[in-house]
Write a protein that binds this ligand. Structure first.
Ligand code: ZN
Length: 477
């Protein structure tokens, strides 16, 4: 694609929560940086500037997703840095943060270096790397946190796993504080969850599936609050799914504990009733989804493994609590937990399927539908959870349209209606529960460092590699 060195975005609704700006105006990008925002932007434009009419659309800082599994190295049959970042760009994300549960795990400077080089070569969006808390994410011995920081990680987490030993977690927090690294945690108590595969409640009983109780998450959230208080290190709780977790966090934040949390669209759109099949879901929990009766309801069978994730989809009450947590600011960050898996892995009995779904290409639409179109929050508040909030947590020099900042810009149409089609996805994997769903809101352009990483108007159709029916055994998460 021909690349202009300067872009002038004209007539869009420019929303930049970092500066409080929300107005119809122009944005000028020159040589990879934000040059100026305002009505006089055109007068600063150099010769040969490429004009993009974005009237009727929203232009905001390039969105950030701080919870993505890119699967490279080791599981590139599921996703690669090339395909994962392409999916991110299509979803409107200019920056993503990848999780360390690759193979090998990101627990050494050499693996960090490998991913950063590969991202430089193959990535179409910015890739920030997290390091493991413990060696091989085994929860037994601390990873070399100082060298990981030196190698460029932006946080540490054992995501996919959870450090069970509370003293080890305390030491990790103390080290992280020395190196000024944020700590993120996948909250799961193994002794309570054991081999649970779905939320423990009415539907797990009806369906005869082993339960993953909400308390199995809440106990670790409570542990993290206590350790954050003890060590003074900030802990960020990943993909919170239960009402109890939100209540614990809300209370701790009131007391000034350095703690935060994120929510994923599947947890605030779907419930455990989906696993009983579409009919059961639409009859009750799905009835007033998005604040109205959903038209053209998609269908799926019971025990559909694309509704299996970790933590699991919970009750309607939990879903409501997560929404309330987002609205009142208890949960400051939105993320996908994009977790690609091969078809052959998901096409097995519910008990044996890996946890996780893809999410990069649907999270903006689902968030807009459930938070903005349903009138729970305004656009600026929603954009904040995808921009300044994650940038602040991870101290990324991103998430703003301030002059001099990197020219990362997302242009989206909040009202665009579309249907998510498996053949029109850039991800290498097809494990989304949202194929065939009528969605509202879509990214039309993703500009990364002044380069057009995705432009719906000019993009060629997705060229798929063969669908993955490999025989590589992959660990789940
Ligand atoms: Zn996780």
């Amino acid at each position: 694609m021909a690349e202009a060195s300067a872009w002038l975005l004209t007539g869009g609704r420019v929303i930049d929560p970092a500066s409080g700006r929300d107005e119809v105006t122009d944005v000028l990008l020159v040589e990879g940086k934000i040059k100026t925002v305002g009505r006089d932007a055109a007068s600063h434009a150099p010769q040969g500037v490429e004009r993009l009419d974005v009237k009727g659309l929203v232009a905001c800082p390039g969105l950030i997703d701080l919870h993505v599994h890119l699967r490279e190295p080791g599981q590139s049959v599921k996703e690669t840095i090339a395909t994962g970042t392409a999916a991110a760009a299509r979803g409107g994300f200019a920056s993503i943060v990848c999780m360390p549960n690759t193979s090998p795990a990101i627990d050494s400077p050499s693996t960090v270096a490998f991913i950063r080089e590969r991202a430089e070569r193959d990535g179409v969006v910015n890739v920030f790397v997290t390091g493991a808390i413990t060696k091989e994410i085994a929860g037994e011995e601390l990873a070399p946190i100082g060298s990981l920081k030196q190698a460029g990680v932006v946080a540490i987490t054992d995501d996919g796993h959870c450090v069970q030993n509370n003293d080890l977690m305390r030491r990790a927090l103390e080290y992280a504080r020395m190196f000024e690294l944020p700590v993120m945690d996948h909250c799961q108590d193994y002794s309570m969850v054991t081999d649970g595969v779905m939320h423990e409640g009415y539907w797990s009983t009806v369906l005869g599936l082993r339960g993953w109780p909400a308390a199995g998450e809440e106990i670790i959230v409570a542990r993290n609050i206590l350790l954050a208080e003890l060590t003074g290190t900030h802990v960020h709780c990943q993909h919170l799914s239960s009402a109890g977790s939100v209540a614990l966090l809300r209370d701790a934040k009131k007391r000034g504990v350095p703690i935060s949390g994120e929510a994923c669209p599947h947890h605030f759109v779907l419930t455990d009733a989906t696993i009983a099949g579409s009919e059961k879901f639409w009859a009750e929990d799905g009835k007033a989804l998005f604040g109205h009766d959903v038209m053209d309801r998609p269908t799926w069978p019971n025990y559909d493994t694309n509704f299996k994730m970790n933590p699991p989809l919970r009750s309607a009450k939990d879903r409501e609590a997560v929404l309330e947590g987002l609205v009142d600011g208890t949960l400051e960050i939105l993320a996908s937990d994009h977790a690609p898996h091969c078809d052959y892995e998901k096409e097995v009995e519910f008990d044996y399927a890996p946890f996780g779904i893809t999410g990069l290409e649907t999270e903006l639409a689902l968030s807009l539908m459930q938070l903005y179109h349903s009138k729970r929050m305004g656009l600026a508040d929603l954009i904040r959870k995808f921009t300044v909030a994650p940038a602040k947590l991870l101290k990324l020099n991103k998430g703003t349209l301030a002059p001099g900042a990197d020219a990362d810009v997302t242009v989206f149409d909040p009202g665009r209606e579309w249907v998510f089609d498996r053949d029109d996805s850039a991800s290498k994997s097809g494990n989304s529960p949202f194929y065939g769903w009528p969605l509202k809101g879509r990214a039309l352009m993703t500009i990364v460092g002044g380069r057009m990483a995705w432009n719906e108007r000019t993009a060629a159709p997705v060229v798929k590699g063969e669908r993955i029916t490999c025989n590589l055994s992959g660990k789940a998460s």
